[in-house]
Write a protein that binds this ligand. Structure first.
Ligand code: ATP
Ligand code: MG
Length: 678
């Protein structure tokens, strides 16, 4: 091909294997490759290439793990095509769930849904199951019936893994196996209740989609809608998502998926690496491209990462190499305690910053959201700005959920959970009265304004009237700006906020942030959908796009760091019990997933990698007879791995002999395990 003539000179940015993938013709294509080999880059170039070849951008579907990832790739694709082509705006890009939402609104009728369905988030779905569990009297059985959260987890496993209830119970929830007979009707009712109420939980979005394409007629129609489908991070998709793709390619097999089995870290949510392995079987005629050069990391960092993943029992060997030979070996830093770890990390951050690496090119990674608590305090004290990804509970905060529930019931007056939530905010209205009120609305043809004629005790009348007025305003404000609707809700809700919750000032500020996010939307429905399917992942997201001159350090859980890269990475709390997390060392499979998670963390680093662990932990979170105990480093740092690291011991207490104390004292992992024993 004459690349210059076709104005495809930008293909020269890619290596020959990447070029093969980007310029591949029709048919299924699988790219399996290790971290940092340019899988995501290849996908972005493929989008640009397809558009350059005349494919209609509106007929390209790009599925990614987060909305942010899709936006970033499309921005890249537009940039690659040089003209900064706005055509990529028309590409369908986003997560499986967000795409399901878009398609299901278009094909609502065929899916047996009404277009104005609302979405139950995890907490609402649990509450609905809890409600039905209660109605069925299952909560007060002699032997304890599974909690609502466990019920939903069981249900979700069945749905996402396309598995039978019996098998799920046996395999993942053996302690609940005795309840199979009760769980089945509970789930049945959960499903019919959602249907009656025109609400979908997260799993339903995929489930309805798969049902839609399991009908030949629709599979045909939907396949025609997209000429090309591209999927990033395929190793973290589940069985249902694989089925969806099969259905979507009923009449056309142009599909490209990229992934790395060594980075599969969502097994706990039903993702399965089998999807990658079975892809060639499911899509006959698949070509496979392997990428082996890692462009991200310097060789010493890659060596450590390769040695860590070599410890995996099940894996498909890859020859990852980097030609960036120069650079420091990663450091394994043993700190006296968490305070010293914070001091050390901050010191290095500032040093690198002084040397010219901006804050946002540096990231601190950790296994669980709370592990950065004390570091955050220290950063705030030192005035170092940061954004935190993952582990953010903004949308799960009660006051935020309250406010969203108002919008939801205005959008879908059948949304029972939204009604239950807001009605019970008022004085003297408990679950009983709230249920009666909901029945009243149902009997009045689901007209939200009929709440105004519901009879309450005289003492509650005034508040109820104000509530009815709010609801009525919202219903009539259907097409007005969602930010204005939030303002209207706050007029009613703010006084309640002060009565209901501690710390109303901070909560009120959250609502202002929510109003700000809403101002970026024209339609209430779009705002609700984005909030629930692709919630703001960092406190920074709430503030809108950062100013150009802003710079901030990145803090992130390892899960949320997937696919990203930074010049400097600090992996903190690399102590056994924290990494691997003691919550996830029950089975060999779980430990393997923790190993892959560690691999994901290490492979985020481009030039510098610091792994640190505090030797001594003080028990702030739980009462223990001792005030502290000693940790062991992460078990995945075997002797071989250690040889690739430079060990640094920060100054220890003089009276403490680090090694003997560490081995003689009871290991922290064991102590944390004990917390969960009856
Ligand atoms: P991960 O497995 O972590 O998702 P990935 O395989 O998707 O990684 P990318 O994020 O696409 O890898 O690329 C990693 C880095 O390597 C990026 O900075 C990218 O720009 C760079 N890169 C990829 N291919 C090339 C290339 N051919 N030449 C130069 N740089 C490249
Ligand atoms: Mg990637």
């Amino acid at each position: 091909m004459n690349k210059k003539a076709a104005n495809l000179s930008w293909l020269e940015d890619l290596n020959p294997q990447q070029q093969t993938a980007v310029t591949y013709g029709d048919g299924p294509l699988l790219v399996v490759a290790g971290a940092g080999t340019g899988k995501t880059k290849t996908l972005a170039y493929r989008v640009a290439y397809l558009i350059a070849q005349g494919v209609n951008p509106g007929k390209i579907l790009l599925l990614t793990f987060t909305r942010r990832a899709a936006q970033e790739m499309l921005r890249r694709a537009a940039h690659i095509a040089q003209r900064g082509s706005p055509a990529t705006v028309r590409v369908w890009g986003g997560t499986f769930h967000a795409t399901a939402n878009r398609l299901l609104r278009i094909y609502a009728k065929a899916a047996g849904l009404s277009k104005d369905f609302t979405i139950l988030d995890q907490g609402d779905a649990e509450d609905l199951i809890g409600l039905i569990r209660h109605e069925k009297g299952l909560h007060n059985r002699e032997k304890r019936f599974p909690r609502k959260r466990t019920c939903l987890a069981i249900y979700s496993r069945c749905v996402n893994g396309s598995l039978r209830l019996k098998d799920v119970l046996e395999r993942y929830f053996p302690w609940c196996a005795a309840w199979e007979e009760e769980l089945r009707p509970l789930f049945k009712q959960y499903v019919s209740r959602k249907q009656e109420r025109n609400v979908l939980d997260y799993d339903d979005l995929l489930l309805y989609w798969v049902q839609l394409v399991s009908d030949e007629k629709f599979a045909n129609r939907l396949s025609k809608r997209f000429d090309h489908i591209l999927v990033d991070e395929y190793q973290d998709t589940n069985k249902l998502q694989a089925q969806i793709l099969l259905g979507m390619r009923y009449g056309n097999n142009n599909i490209m998926v990229v992934g790395d089995d060594a980075q599969s870290i969502y097994g706990f949510r039903g993702a399965t690496v089998r999807n990658i392995l079975d892809f060639p079987k499911e899509f006959p005629g698949t070509s496979i491209v392997k990428l082996e050069q890692n462009y991200r990391s310097i060789a010493p960092v890659l060596e450590t990462a390769n040695l860590v993943i070599a410890g995996a029992k099940e894996r498909y060997p890859k020859n990852l190499w980097s030609d960036r030979e120069e650079g420091e070996r990663p450091k394994l830093v043993t700190c006296k305690d968490e305070t010293q770890q914070n001091e050390y990390v901050i010191q290095q951050i500032l040093r690198h910053y002084e040397e010219g690496i901006a804050l946002h090119k540096q990231a601190v990674l950790f296994r669980a959201g709370h592990l950065s608590d004390s570091l955050e305090l220290e950063l705030t004290r030192k005035n170092i700005p940061y954004h935190k990804y993952g582990g953010l509970r903004f949308l799960e905060a009660s006051h935020v959920k309250d406010l969203i529930a108002f919008l939801r019931l205005a959008e879908n007056p059948r949304d029972e959970m939204a009604w239950l939530r807001v009605l019970q905010l008022m004085d003297g209205i408990g679950p009983g009265t709230a249920s009666q009120a909901i029945r009243h609305v149902v009997e009045h043809g689901n007209s939200p304004e009929s709440i105004g004629t519901f009879n309450v005790r005289p003492s509650a009348r005034k508040q109820m009237a104000a509530f009815a007025e709010t609801v009525s305003d919202l219903v009539h404000a259907g097409s007005s700006h969602p930010a204005l609707q939030i303002e209207r809700i706050r007029r009613f809700y703010d006084p309640l906020l002060h009565k209901l919750y501690e710390n109303p000032g901070a909560r009120s500020r959250d609502l202002v942030s929510l109003e700000q996010i809403a101002s970026g939307y024209r339609l209430r429905r779009d705002f609700l959908v984005d909030l629930q399917l692709d919630p703001p992942t960092s406190t920074g997201d709430l503030a809108g796009p950062p100013h150009r001159e802003d710079d901030w350090l990145v803090l992130s859980t390892i899960h949320s760091a997937k696919g990203c890269e930074w010049d400097v990475v600090y992996l903190i709390h690399a102590a056994d019990g924290f990494l691997p997390s003691d919550m996830a060392t029950g089975s060999e499979e779980e430990i393997e997933e923790e190993l892959r998670l560690t691999y994901v963390a290490l492979t985020r680093a481009r030039d510098f990698l610091y792994i640190s662990w505090p030797l001594r932990y003080y028990h702030r979170w739980y009462a223990m007879s001792d005030s502290s105990s000693y940790a062991q480093p992460c078990r995945f740092f075997t002797d071989d791995v250690m040889k690739s690291l430079d060990e640094v011991y920060l100054e220890q207490d003089s009276e403490v002999d680090r090694r003997s104390e560490a081995t003689n004292s009871r290991d922290i992992a064991e102590r944390i395990r004990e917390m969960w024993e009856e």
